[in-house]
Unconditional design. Sequence first.
Length: 279
Amino acid sequence: MRRLLCAMLALIAFAIVAVSGRAAHADDGETPSALFTKGVQALRDGRASDAIAAFESLADRGTVDPVASYDRGLAYAMRVRIGAEVSGDLGRAAHGFEEARDLTHDARLADAAARALTVVRSEVARRRTRAGEPVEVDAGRSLARTVSSLLAEDSWCVLAAVCSAILAIGLFVRWIALTRRLRVGGGVAAGLAAPVLLLAVLMALAARHDRLEVREAVVVTPGSRPSDQRGIVVPGSTPLPEGARVEVVDSRDTRARIRFGALDAWVPESALREIARWP
C-alpha cells in the first residue's frame, strides 16, 4: 500500500511538471524573430500597444538588439503621439532610444536614435516648464567619459599599439642614427608618440571601465523625487526628469543610489530601467 501511494504521488508530480512544461512551451511558442516581425507589423499598422507588447516580450527574453530597442522606443513614442499615453511612456521611449544608440555600430541608426531622443526630451522639458520645474533633462557625461566614448575600446587599443610601435622605432632610430637629421627625426617621432600613447592607454582603460563597471539607467516614471539613504526626500529637491539618463552607483533592497549631474541621491528602483549592454 505504501509503495502504491508513493507511486501515485510520483505520477502526480510528473503530471504537474509535464503540464507546467507544456504551459511554458505554449507561452514560449513565438520565436524572437516572430515577435520582432509581429512588433514591426504592429508599428506599421499604428497599433502602438501591440507593438510595445511584442518588443517588451523580446526584452523580457533577454534579447539585446539595437534595432529592437529603437523600435520599442518608437512604439512608446507613438502611443504618446496618438493620445493613448500611459504614465511613463516618454521615459520608456527615451530608454529605447538610449539603448539603441549605445548598442549600435550603424551610424545612421545612432543618428536616428539621437534625433528621436532630442524630440522626446524636448517634450519632457516643455512639460516641466509648464509645471515650473527645472528644464534640464540631460546632465551629460564627465569630460573623461565623453572623450573615451569618441572611439570604441578596441580602437583606443589599436591606437595605443600603433603609438607604442612609433615610439619604439623613434627611440631606436635616435639611438643608432649616424646623422643629426635622423636623430632629430627619431626624437620628434618619439616625442609625439609618447603623449598620444599615454592618452590612448588612459582612454582604453576608461572605456573598459565603462563597459565592465558602470551601470546606467533611464528614469521611466514622472515625479520621482530624490531621497537620502533613509528614504527621506531631499529638502528643496525637484522630481527627477522623466527620460533622464543616470548612473547607478549602488542598489539596496528596492532602492538605488544614482548620480545625475551634481546630484547624488536615492530613488526607488521601480523608477529606473537599466540600459542593456552586449553580453
